[in-house]
Design a protein around this ligand. Structure first.
Ligand code: ACO
Ligand code: ZN
Length: 184
């Protein structure tokens, strides 16, 4: 693992093949290159990658949407929808997912004025559910048979308005030590 450090930065066009390969390695939900490019073109600040050992080892990509609040009924809001997040297996449990998600939430709030962040996660995906709960997401709804194989999804959401102050300064381009995650 080299010098025990990693770096959070915004995705760039040259990163596309690497991010697509990590998505294919880590998740059954895969997308066309058009889909990634479209998200990057529209919402670059919430497409965040993490680099270690000279290569990208994880990513998060989001879509900013208008919709009804997941947390307060019938209120139209701007939402930061986490479309996909993954970290390569050898690099897990070092805070990388926590930090790319924190950066995307911060940028979704500050750059795109999203007031909530939400996502769907397989009900059986305990690592991911733990990650989201530790950051303050709550389960707001169960979508039955959401995935192609029939598994249910939890919709999980968090307010970014209450979170704004606690998200701290941007992590972008800072080197983060594995043993001292800044948010633990
Ligand atoms: N078992 C239990 N809890 C876990 C696990 C695990 N295997 N992994 C993470 N957590 C929880 C822990 O509370 C952890 O804190 P700790 O290490 O101090 O105990 C906390 O989450 C934060 O973990 P991170 O180190 O930030 O997470 P990591 O970088 O390992 O990535 C991720 C987590 C993204 C879920 C990774 O396991 C992964 O890529 N899995 C496959 C892809 C996936 O499931 N992605 C999410 C799908 S849902 C969506 O994309 C919207
Ligand atoms: Zn989704």
């Amino acid at each position: 693992m080299g010098d025990d450090e990693y770096k959070i930065r915004i995705f760039g066009s040259d990163d596309l093949n690497r991010v697509m390969a990590i998505n294919a390695e880590c998740l059954p939900e895969n997308y066309s290159s058009f889909f990634y490019r479209d998200l990057y073109n529209r919402f670059p600040k919430t497409f965040v990658v993490v680099e270690a050992d000279g290569e990208i080892q994880g990513y998060i990509m989001c879509r900013i949407e208008r919709g009804l609040s997941k947390l307060r009924s019938l209120r139209p809001v701007r939402l930061c929808h986490v479309v996909s997040i993954a970290v390569r297996e050898p690099y897990r449990r070092r805070g990388m997912a926590t930090n790319v998600l924190k950066e995307a939430m911060k940028n979704g709030s500050e750059e795109y004025r999203a007031s909530e962040c939400f996502l769907e996660v397989r009900v059986g995906n305990e690592p991911a559910i733990n990650l989201y709960e530790r950051l303050g997401f709550t389960k707001v709804k169960r979508n039955f048979g959401y995935y192609l194989d029939g598994e249910d999804a939890w919709v999980m959401a968090i307010s970014l308005e209450e979170k704004r102050d606690s998200l701290g300064e941007s992590l972008r381009d800072k080197y983060l030590g594995y043993d001292t995650p800044p948010f633990s």
